[in-house]
Design a protein around this ligand. Structure first.
Ligand code: SAM
Length: 249
């Protein structure tokens, strides 16, 4: 399976009920207000935080590689009376009809790109879709290995139709040289005598600051700031979630 198709089918269905937290919309609202509009969220999924930003009147469009997640976003938008423009594309093959003052990912979705080639293609796409003077925001982190005691532990949730939904980590491989962690996840849906079980590899690929800055430069972008999510400049020793701001040049 292509990593860009991970959030499809049963995974898209289980995404919202099993979601452990929602992205705080504030840093992204502040970013869009500062960088300008129109804005574009890459990997917008089923609509967090895009729908909240639209509700606040911000002009933000979305891109996602999963048609199933976008269906869910459109349904939520309809239910909330919000108009949202979204495109079914991969961020590493971006081809949109307009350019944007602000392009961002909410949370470390960029680490779903499985290798440096895909990351470079995505950064080139971002560069090509930035309006003059526009800014991009890419949050990045280095994932921690899943603690051994959590392997096999099942998280459950109820689906709207009463089905029992389950997710668990089956196994994990980490390659420090390739900077890649592959977690085999098992998703289950049980309803009366009806059961479906799917196992999918979830790949995360990460970067040192230098490695990401080099890729950005190759794509025609410059890292203009590295901060914590609240906007405080992050020291080089900071290994948490970092917000990289990028501009053309
Ligand atoms: C973890 S979800 C986050 C969704 C949403 N921002 C949220 O916080 O609920 C990541 C999203 O990125 C999308 N995605 C993964 N790889 C992608 C790619 N190469 N291009 C575009 N979207 C991608 C997935 O389909 C999924 O909807």
């Amino acid at each position: 399976m292509d990593p860009a198709d991970f959030y499809t089918g049963i995974v898209a269905e289980l995404y919202a009920p099993l979601k452990s937290f929602s992205q705080d919309p504030e840093p992204y609202a502040a970013f869009v207000q500062r960088a300008g509009m129109p804005a574009l969220e890459l990997g917008c999924g089923d609509g967090d935080p895009l729908l909240e930003l639209r509700r606040r009147g911000l002009e933000v469009e979305g891109v996602d590689s999963s048609a199933d997640m976008l269906d869910r976003l459109r349904r939520r938008a309809d239910e909330q009376g919000i108009r949202a423009t979204v495109f079914h594309q991969r961020m590493e093959a971006l081809k949109l009809p307009r350019r944007y003052r602000a392009i961002f990912l909410a949370g470390p979705t960029f680490t779903l790109l499985p290798d440096d080639d895909a990351a470079l293609a995505a950064l080139r796409g971002i560069r090509a879709h930035l309006a003059e003077g526009g800014t991009a925001l890419v949050p990045l982190f280095t994932p921690a290995p899943t603690p051994a005691e959590q392997i096999g532990r099942v998280r459950t949730a109820a689906a709207p139709d009463g089905a029992e939904l389950r997710v668990s980590v089956v196994a994990e491989q980490r390659d420090e040289t390739a900077r890649t962690q592959t977690t085999l996840l098992r998703y289950e849906r049980h309803h009366a005598s009806d059961s479906s079980v799917v196992e999918r590899p979830w790949i995360l690929h990460w970067y040192t600051r230098d490695q990401f800055e080099k890729l950005a430069t190759t794509a025609g972008l410059t890292v203009t700031a590295v901060t914590d999510p609240d906007g405080t400049p992050a020291p080089a020793s900071d290994t948490g979630l970092l917000h990289f701001r990028l501009q053309a040049g």
